[in-house]
Design a protein. Structure first.
Length: 173
């Protein structure tokens, strides 16, 4: 009887491990988080993410990410200062995203979730692809936001910004 219990336990453990979702770590060099809209363009640094994702089981995925609002770079120091002020980066130094659902959409995926920017949380959907091979991969995606919805209203702020993501990753061990 004990043999059968151990065999059953082994089958259950193997079965559960077959559905284990891979955890991915962002490569600290090589990722880009860029934005563009109207006459404004730039990028952010300081990306941190906790990504659990398996292309075969996207419904079980979870994506948590944050970026340093003070890292905004427009290529011109005066614009950087204005952008940090518009983001109220001193008071709200972190921009974050937490997925609520991840689903497959044709040859790509959609991560619906909540974006918190300047202390305001709004729903967004990130459309992305994942190209993975072995223990490495790349998430590429984009999403749009309306800055006014996040109380970003400085002169020259466009009605819409597109955020572009290119995030190389390695499997966590």
């Amino acid at each position: 009887m004990k043999k059968y219990l151990w065999l059953l336990l082994g089958v259950v453990v193997l079965g559960l491990s077959a559905f284990a979702i891979a955890r991915w770590e962002v490569k600290s060099n090589g990722y880009t988080v860029k934005f563009a809209g109207g006459k404004i363009k730039g990028e952010f640094k300081g990306l941190k993410a906790d990504i659990s994702f398996d292309p075969a089981h996207p419904g079980q995925a979870k994506i948590l990410a944050s970026i340093n609002a003070n890292s905004i770079s427009t290529g011109f120091f005066i614009k950087n200062s204005h952008a940090k002020s518009a983001l109220d980066a001193e008071k709200h130094p972190t921009i974050s995203f937490a997925s609520t659902t991840v689903s497959k959409s044709g040859n790509s995926y959609r991560a619906a979730g909540k974006l918190t920017l300047k202390g305001i949380t709004k729903p967004v959907t990130i459309h992305f692809t994942f190209d993975g091979k072995g223990g490495e991969g790349v998430f590429k995606g984009s999403f749009k936001i309306a800055p006014k919805e996040f109380n970003i209203t400085r002169n020259g702020t466009p009605d819409e910004l597109t955020i572009y993501l290119n995030v190389p990753v390695t499997k966590s061990k």
